[in-house]
Design a binder for this molecule. Structure first.
Ligand code: FES
Length: 122
């Protein structure tokens, strides 16, 4: 399917995947978290030292409470707003990437600029 980052069924329920996506014109590594039929996504960039959170591509650590743990220095993130709730960057947030599920695939939410908003002056 066009625009598919990954099929939903390729992500275990309550699990994570890492995908490559173009976000704001740049190729980025993105963390996708599945809960049932819904997904959330964030840039795979830790607000602490800017490193990737996975220890190998797509391999993310999860605390026993089910929180996402950065493999580098252990910053721990809740999976709603992506807020760091423990560790060296407590209070900071992962940068959310808007995604949706369409026809069983995870896709980026459309952020096409509104053509009507582009006007020539004069
Ligand atoms: S880079 Fe993630 S905790 Fe330091």
């Amino acid at each position: 399917m066009d625009g598919s980052l990954i099929a939903l069924e390729q992500i275990a329920d309550d699990g994570f995947a890492e995908v490559e996506a173009t976000v704001d014109g740049a190729a980025e590594s993105v963390i996708v978290h599945r809960r049932g039929d819904s997904v959330r996504a964030w840039l795979n960039v830790c607000p602490h030292a800017g490193r990737r959170l996975d220890y190998a591509p797509g391999q993310f650590l999860k605390s026993k409470e089910g929180l996402l743990v950065c493999a580098v220095h252990g910053a721990t993130f809740e999976l709603g707003a992506g807020e760091c709730v423990a560790g060296p960057c407590k209070g900071d947030h992962l940068r959310a990437v808007p995604v949706a599920v369409r026809d069983g695939h995870v896709v980026l939410e459309d952020h096409a600029p509104d053509a009507a908003a582009v006007r020539t002056a004069g």
